[in-house]
Design a protein around this ligand. Structure first.
Ligand code: TRP
Ligand code: SF4
Length: 342
């Protein structure tokens, strides 16, 4: 335990990337972005839009990747990822990531990549795309380069990404072992900072995901959100207003767990099980909390959309900071690999 705490304290440099997969929704906010907001308060954070990772699966549709990038960056800024506290950038604008990926590829056994669980899973899940590519096999190694570039010691990720962080740690050790004998290691051991999986489901009770069409996106209008919540399915036993229900059978109840106060939850349970309140009353309590959370984000978003040049400047400044860091790392990497010819 003491050792665990010690470990946590040592975490100082954070890197995390996100592929652009369309507009961000409340699932991203609760599951990822709120963690980033906490981390940026006292850690050195690098957050980037992983456009190259987007191309590993969308190589036939670069315009899709491109369009998603700005939407995503604006969403980050709107929720409060703060360029004064975090370095916000775009992966492809720091081309050193590609150089490091290449240099790491020489020392990466194929079997390490082939055994990453996401590899075979994704190939079979996304059968319609031909993912039997060189780049797709290298996806986790590119991610290792992203992380190692900033000599990060921790990476906030969900469960599914843990094998990628483990691979990164192995690659970093291998690099240190091969090229840093007798000199201080270049790459720290990095660990996954497991983000608690968000308990927020989608509007239909399944995982919130664009492909299920059950999201509340950060960028939709309040009217859209209101309509979606008002038409959310509830406990089917409550056919009429006077039929009692069971909150546990209702997705609205899951939302109340996250948003409502204990008193409000008592009120909902009591009202639902005795038919004392209707589902619409119940949803109104939730809507008030959603408005409190979403309105400020949407206001900031609307404001940012009016200032596209400022957004570009913010990201350009982030790209420049990231690039300087990357060049520092690459100077050491090149030296380790005897690649100085001057
Ligand atoms: N693979 C990550 C995902 O799909 C995105 C990613 C790319 C990433 N590079 C990274 C995450 C570096 C953390 C660190 O979510
Ligand atoms: Fe769901 Fe609330 Fe209706 Fe109960 S009252 S079924 S918890 S929406």
């Amino acid at each position: 335990m003491a050792e665990e705490q010690q470990k946590e304290q040592e975490v100082t440099r954070i890197v995390s990337g996100m592929r652009s997969s369309g507009k961000l929704h409340l699932g991203h906010y609760k599951g990822v972005l709120q963690n980033w907001l906490t981390l940026q308060e006292d850690k050195t954070c690098f957050f980037f839009a992983a456009d190259w990772h987007g191309l590993t699966t969308e190589y036939a549709h670069p315009e899709v990747v491109k369009a998603g990038i700005w939407d995503m960056l604006i969403d980050w800024l709107a929720v409060g990822i703060d360029p004064e506290k975090s370095t916000i950038f775009i992966q492809s604008q720091v081309p050193e990531h590609a150089e490091l990926h290449l240099l790491l590829s020489f020392m990466t056994p194929l079997s390490w990549l082939e055994r990453v669980p996401t590899y075979k899973d994704q190939i079979s899940q996304l059968r319609e795309k031909d993912l039997g590519t060189y780049g797709f096999l290298g996806y986790p190694l590119l991610q290792s380069a992203d992380i190692m570039m900033y000599r990060a010691d921790a990476v906030p990720v969900g469960e599914d990404q843990v094998p990628h962080i483990e691979l990164t740690r192995e690659i970093g050790r291998r690099f240190n072992h091969l090229y840093r004998q007798g000199i201080p290691p270049l790459f720290p051991d990095c660990q996954a900072l497991l983000m608690p999986t968000s308990k927020l489901p989608g509007l239909d009770g399944r995982k919130m995901s664009k492909s299920y069409n059950n999201t509340i996106s950060l960028s939709e209008t309040w009217q859209e959100t209101e309509k979606k919540v008002k038409t959310m399915p509830t406990d089917p036993a409550r056919v009429r207003r006077e039929d009692a229900g069971t909150p546990e059978k209702c997705t609205v109840w899951d939302f109340h767990q996250i948003y409502s106060t204990p008193d409000e939850r008592d009120e909902v349970r009591e009202g639902c099980t005795t038919a004392g309140i209707g589902c619409l009353d119940c949803k109104k309590i939730l809507l008030k909390h959603l408005a409190d959370e979403l309105e400020p984000i949407r206001e900031r978003r609307a404001d940012l959309l009016k200032r596209p040049d400022d957004v570009k400047d913010i990201v350009a400044a982030g790209n420049a900071v990231a690039r300087r860091e990357a060049q520092k790392t690459m100077a050491k990497v090149r030296k380790s690999l005897k690649m100085e010819y001057k």
